[in-house]
Design a protein around this ligand. Structure first.
Ligand code: 5GP
Ligand code: MN
Length: 347
């Protein structure tokens, strides 16, 4: 399919270097970030299917487990979990000749796996759409204008002259990541090219209705009650056009929290009139941290905010971070930061 992209994306030298690397069978590890989402699992699995079909010995190694609503994805059962299958995973990283890192751009994003990636002898290939990539990959395909890493995997296959090799399994994986990272095709990074790719993926067997339903129609009563609790906890700071939600470990336990249950909660804040900045703070007693998600509408840059104050990062309108302090301490720190952004949040 001819895409007519406006942005020159992956540099020709890197495309040729990758073609050369893949010209003979290799041992390859494909890595998503910690707490992988639809884009991370979709992109790693799509690439895994492709590389295997070309005769490469390929394994997806995830830093930890991923939510149930992604487990239906073709190939999901073969993903190695570094936390659970630790020895096997370490061996694969140690022996890999090529390591693809997908949907993240600095090695700190893979938790306990970081040190094993740092000492791996493999050639690194980065495919990612987050801001400010670090410099660890020999072959880089980094483009912050892209809707998703899954869309980039499609382009990558195009650069490798391989879009005709996209199977229905791959199409379903790529579709999923584009859908989840674009908020079902509504975020600003969704372009006409994104839609052309989506059309081609449907032609190649992506079951759009089934994918949507498998990802979004998966509520359990306890998850809906947890959402009720989160919405009840929402604090609205009108002076700063900001809302935040807190969820304590006690509340998560009360509503039988399982991985992925809080996905999307933070977005409710942005559905309120005038709200530009929405945040959720989620306690994780086991890791001794609060996991924080930041969302914004308009040009308030939450990537910068997360990076500067909460040891995180991401995109202009969606970022994440963490805090080592209690909910009360973190909220008080967060609120103390807002006055310096009053102008940006209210202009
Ligand atoms: P979420 O809030 O849904 O976990 O993540 C929103 C965006 O920010 C995603 O693109 C995610 O990859 C990125 N992100 C989440 N947490 C972190 C973090 O701790 N560090 C960095 N650099 N990016 C993060
Ligand atoms: Mn992504």
């Amino acid at each position: 399919m001819v895409l007519n992209c406006i942005f020159a994306a992956m540099n020709l030298e890197h495309i040729n270097a990758l073609k050369k690397l893949l010209s003979a069978p290799k041992k390859i590890a494909v890595i998503p970030h910690k707490n992988p989402d639809g884009d991370a699992i979709g992109s790693t699995l799509a690439l895994w299917h492709y590389l295997k079909s070309k005769g490469h010995e390929t394994v997806v190694v995830a830093p930890n487990d991923f939510p149930k609503f992604l487990k239906w994805m073709p190939g999901a059962e073969s993903v190695l979990n570094f936390e659970k299958e630790n020895t096997q995973a370490k061996n694969i990283l140690h022996n890999a000749e090529i390591i693809f890192t997908l949907d993240f751009n600095h090695l700190g994003r893979v938790g306990q796996m970081t040190e094993y990636l740092e000492k791996a002898a493999a050639a690194f290939v980065m495919v990612d759409h987050h801001q400010e990539p670090s410099d660890y990959a020999e072959i880089m395909y980094s483009d912050v204008h892209m809707s998703s890493t899954c869309e980039m995997v499609y382009h990558l296959l195009d650069y490798l002259d391989a879009t005709d090799d996209i199977t229905s399994e791959m199409a379903n994986c790529i579709y999923t990541g584009i859908m989840t990272d674009t908020g079902s095709f509504k975020f600003k990074a969704t372009t006409s090219t994104t839609h052309r790719i989506i059309a081609d993926l449907i032609d190649k067997g992506a079951d759009n209705t089934a994918i949507h339903s498998r990802i979004y129609d998966t509520n359990s009563p306890s998850r809906l009650h947890l959402l009720g609790c989160a919405l009840k906890n929402m604090v609205i700071l009108e002076a700063y056009n900001t809302t935040y939600i807190t969820l304590s470990q006690k509340e998560l336990d009360q509503y039988k929290f399982t991985k992925g249950d809080t996905e999307g909660f933070v977005n409710y804040g942005l559905t309120l009139d005038n709200i530009r900045f929405a945040v959720i703070f989620i306690e994780n007693k086991e890791e001794g941290i609060l996991k924080i998600s930041f969302r914004s509408a308009g040009d308030f840059d939450v990537n910068n905010f997360a990076r500067q104050f909460f040891n995180g990062g991401g995109h202009t309108n969606a970022a994440g971070g963490k805090s080592d302090f209690s909910i009360a301490e973190t909220i008080s720190y967060f609120e103390s930061l807002l006055p310096q952004f009053k102008k940006a949040l209210t202009k």
